[in-house]
Write a protein that binds this ligand. Structure first.
Ligand code: IPM
Ligand code: MN
Length: 357
């Protein structure tokens, strides 16, 4: 098949991990006889420097003319003044909104070979394999806000409509149908009106999916259960900000924030794929970042935007094989054990992929 992929490396380690993910996508194309065309554009802090805008119109045009976007990470100390008028993160929010990417899929699995050195007891991690579906274009991130005013007050509004909740809930229920058929909706319905609407709407959507067991959890107690009994969960659906917080927490289960991929999807097959980690200024430029989240994001791109299910599975298996064979970047290495550079780790995954043929 032919596909055009826009690559937005962004800032910091985003640039480093994208190079590796793209190399693997080229391997996938060569092995499967596909033609992938890559077009790179400025996004985030580097785009602010070059064009005064984290999501410049040239970048937007390339994004509008492709099948999928692979994104590294944005931000860094240079642009980190939260009161600055132009910030890298705004680019991310505008990108999500521009393409109506309301469903953010964040799969979290615990790799058994990493469990021994995870911060949590290995037996807690057995069988951990869950999928977060985070609502991505609503809630406090996009609700009515006031930040200037008299300087003594500010507000953000969590605003949801029934159709917004329905569409993301349906994505989550459909995903559950293809998995262990269990869905947990996370809200704060004991306090927030928006959460009561969320819960009522998810309950209504549940009637369309009688084969899926649906339950509800309050976000504070869920945050605890997520660490106490993580293997219990299958698909989790939640609003934008709760999903942001809970998926960073869930990264502990995977061993490192560097392990986790994400897919941001709208109604069609178009999507934005990015590791959930940030630009990691503390290690940027050292070539030691874990590219796993970026590589697994490329696998999600193959599956969701290009429909290349076998290729996606092969790439995921190649990552697993490399980990099984002991490939470790510093973030997942045993204490005092030698760690691979990002590029070396990438080569190990490439070799594993070639072996799978
Ligand atoms: C994420 C990030 C973003 C978010 C920031 C950078 C705007 O934390 O993708 O999880 O909060 O959504
Ligand atoms: Mn986040």
């Amino acid at each position: 098949m032919q596909a055009t992929i826009t690559v937005l490396p962004g800032d910091g380690i985003g640039v480093e991990v994208m190079a590796i993910a793209v190399a693997l996508l080229k391997d996938v194309a060569a092995l499967g006889g596909h033609t992938f065309t890559f077009q790179e554009a400025l996004f985030g802090g580097c785009a602010i420097d070059a064009a005064g805008d984290p999501f410049p119109s040239e970048t937007r045009q390339l994004c509008e003319n492709c099948h999928a976007i692979l994104l590294g990470a944005v931000g860094g100390p240079k642009w980190s003044d939260p009161s600055a008028e132009v910030r890298p993160e705004q680019g991310l929010l505008r990108l999500r909104q521009h393409f109506g990417l309301f469903a953010n899929l964040r799969p979290v699995r615990a790799y058994p070979m990493l469990a021994r050195h995870a911060p949590l007891r290995a037996e807690l991690l057995e069988g951990v394999d869950m999928l977060f579906v985070r609502e991505l274009t609503g809630g406090a991130y996009f609700g009515p806000r006031q930040e200037q005013g008299d300087g003594d007050s500010a507000y953000d509004t969590i605003l949801y409509t029934v159709p917004e909740v329905q569409r993301v809930a349906r994505v989550a229920f459909r995903a559950a149908q293809g998995r262990r058929k269990h869905l947990t909706s996370v809200d704060k319905a004991n306090v927030l009106a928006s959460s009561r609407l969320w819960r009522r709407t998810v309950e209504q959507v549940a009637a369309e999916f009688p084969d899926v067991r649906a339950d509800h959890a309050l976000v504070d107690s869920f945050a605890m259960q997520l660490i106490r009994t993580p293997a219990r969960f299958d698909v989790i659906v939640t609003e934008n900000m709760f999903g942001d917080i809970l998926t960073d927490e869930a990264a502990i289960l995977a061993g490192s924030l560097g392990m986790l991929p994400s897919a941001s999807l709208g109604e069609g097959t178009f999507g934005v794929y990015e590791p959930i980690h940030g630009s990691a200024p503390d290690i940027a430029g050292k070539g030691i970042a874990n590219p796993t989240g970026a590589i697994l994001s490329a696998a999600l791109l193959l599956r969701h935007s290009l429909g290349l299910h076998q290729e996606a599975a092969a790439l995921e298996l190649a990552v697993q094989r490399a980990l099984e064979a002991g490939a470790r970047t510093a973030d997942i290495a045993e204490p005092d054990a030698p760690a691979l550079s990002s590029a070396e780790f990438g080569e190990r995954v490439r070799a594993a992929l070639r072996q799978l043929g």
